[in-house]
Design a protein around this ligand. Structure first.
Ligand code: FAD
Length: 543
């Protein structure tokens, strides 16, 4: 029988398992598969109606991955790799969602997942050494280990624009797109936001709308994706030696095999600048354009070489010089915000029915019943599309009311910025793991590689605890403080902290400013995690 008292002792437990995993995106699916194989009882709780996470929610037109799909794919089972062939260099959202569903079916994962179930609270019971979770469906679930596989980019930012609720027309969020699509034919459409989702969807919306107005606060760097069939030079090394290729990815800097350059922008000639930039631009891939020069993320002068050449490209494509200037990012160094990959984004602004509004010069005063009012102009729209991004990396985690030892909540603990050891655990919250959490390479990497690494590390850790007859694991204060210092030191030698980016938490009003992911590289990070595990979980207390 249910009681209203939420203390762990006072409620009846509906489900009691070894591990609860929150989220059925790529992290949660693989975590479930691994743990079940290892003989743990597992329950996955997922707010969505099906598997897929990011690829379940973000169904906006033009949604695609921006890491080549030959790399953005699970590698844990060679048979799975053989069973699935990606159709394009960058797969569309429907194809990636089908892949997640294919994986769920292949390993019979859905039977251990509760869909349409949001975890709202979690409380650590120190005496029993168990977590107690509460869901919005009224379930109480107890578990020994609790894994937040809740996604780095899964909690949409609520638009902080006056009057947003007043608009009587159609309203869409790129991150919560209707499942049966939207037809904008003949409609006057506003898109607010020019991050990755805006940049991917704007050309598609422009093809249908009778009028499209794009509201831009900050221009972002974007390079053409050059999408199409998977290129032979990508497919060949993979097919020749799949295991070798995957090994190289795991020990690469960003989770995609890429030759590391020793060429410094500040010491190279203009010819070298052009040659290297052109090759990266032509590749239509993020990792090459982010590593044209070894020093581009370290020094402003080297960075400016790349930024200038992107500006030149924008000016070549966009015919109206004033619009071109508005589209050239000048407020942040190249790469300090995640650059976007696009198909015809800049060229879309050459279309006569597409207009760009610079919100820095003409801020929105309010949304009205019929449209958008600027200080000097009012515009009517049939539909408003918000492409306004996410409360990244920490948002989904602290949106659950998680109380650890002594009742301290994670939100309170992280009020001045997240503190973790290896991005995996945090002091005061025993047996709670985060996948691709703050302090890990996460969003700076090919996430598939980072997800697999975290899942494998956690699975190995639980197996070791079981083998050693231990029930609890928690980092030490010293290890956590040391990791925080290291994460900050690595960020501080780069230009990353100079940008008002979501990596810095700067897109969410009131969020503490600090560089959230670990910039030291997937390879260095994997080495650190392996070393910790090999030295009897150095930096963790186990009991
Ligand atoms: P998610 O896929 O975000 O899944 C988390 C799940 O947890 C969600 O389904 C959510 O509903 C659920 N959840 C969260 N909180 C709760 C709760 N309290 N209770 C119950 N359920 C909850 N990464 C790349 O490496 N390459 C790319 O090309 C790339 N493209 C992207 C494009 C878009 C549009 C976006 C938004 C992200 C992209 N990413 C990309 C990052 C992407 O999020 C990861 O690659 C990956 O899909 C994350 O998987 P995940 O399982 O960790 O998290």
């Amino acid at each position: 029988q249910e009681t209203n008292d939420s203390t762990p002792e006072a409620v009846n437990i509906d489900v009691n398992v070894d591990v609860v995993v929150v989220g059925a995106g790529f992290s949660g699916l693989y975590m479930l598969h691994r743990l079940r194989q290892l003989g743990f009882s597992v329950r996955v709780l997922e707010a969505a109606g099906d598997v897929g996470g990011t690829w379940y929610w973000n169904r906006y037109p033009g949604a695609r991955c921006d890491i080549p799909t030959t790399d953005y794919t699970y590698s844990f089972d060679p048979e799975l790799e053989k069973a699935w062939v990606w159709s394009e260099k960058y797969a569309t959202q429907p194809e990636i969602l089908r892949y997640a569903q294919f994986v769920a079916e292949r390993y019979d994962l859905r039977r251990d997942i509760d869909f349409d179930t949001r975890v709202v609270a979690a409380r650590w019971d120190d005496a029993a050494a168990r977590w107690h979770l509460r869901t919005d469906t009224g379930q109480h679930i107890a578990c020994q280990f609790y894994v937040m596989a809740s996604g780095c980019l899964s909690l949409p930012k609520t638009p902080d624009i006056t009057g947003a609720e007043r608009f009587k027309g159609e309203v869409y969020f790129t991150s919560r797109w209707p499942h049966d699509g939207v037809d904008f034919t003949g409609k006057r459409v506003a898109v607010i936001g020019t991050g990755s989702s805006g940049i991917q969807s704007i050309p598609h919306i422009a093809r249908q709308a009778s009028q499209l107005t794009v509201f831009q606060r900050t221009p972002n760097f974007s390079i053409p994706a050059g999408n199409g069939p998977v290129r032979p030079e990508r497919r060949a090394p993979l097919e020749a030696d799949r295991e070798g290729y995957r090994h190289e990815a795991r020990w690469s800097r960003a989770g995609v095999p890429n030759e590391r350059t020793q060429i410094y922008g500040r010491y190279s000639t203009r010819e070298v600048h052009r040659e290297r930039f052109s090759a990266a631009w032509q590749s239509g891939e993020l990792i090459p354009i982010l590593s044209v020069f070894a020093d581009q993320i370290l020094f402003r002068d080297a960075n400016a070489v790349v930024a200038r050449m992107v500006h030149e490209k924008i000016r070549e494509i966009v015919r109206d010089p004033q619009v071109a200037e508005l589209l050239c990012p000048t407020d942040h160094a190249f790469g300090t915000k995640r650059p976007c990959l696009d198909t015809d984004y800049y060229a879309t602004f050459n279309l006569p029915h597409v207009r760009l509004v610079d919100l820095r010069r003409h801020p929105i005063q309010s949304i009205t019943e019929t449209g958008i009012a600027l200080a000097d102009e009012s515009m009517d729209f049939d539909a408003i599309v918000y492409a306004t991004g996410f409360d990244a990396m920490t948002g989904a985690i602290v949106s659950v009311d998680i109380a650890g030892r002594d009742g301290l909540t994670l939100k309170q603990k992280w009020a001045h910025g997240p503190l973790t050891y290896l991005g995996l655990m945090t002091v005061g919250f025993p047996n709670l793991f985060t996948i691709t959490g703050p302090g890990s390479p996460s969003v700076l990497s090919n996430m598939m590689v980072s997800i697999e690494q975290h899942v494998d590390w956690i699975a190995d850790c639980l197996v070791r605890l079981r083998a050693d007859g231990m029930a609890m694991i928690e980092p030490t204060q010293a290890a956590e403080a040391g990791w925080a210092t290291h994460v900050n030191d690595c960020a501080d030698i780069t230009l990353y902290p100079t940008a008002d980016s979501w990596y810095m938490g700067a897109n969410v009003p009131g969020k503490p400013r600090g560089f959230l992911p670990y910039v030291g590289g997937v390879d260095a990070y994997r080495g650190a995690c392996d070393e910790v595990a090999a030295s009897d979980y150095l930096g963790f207390r186990r009991s």
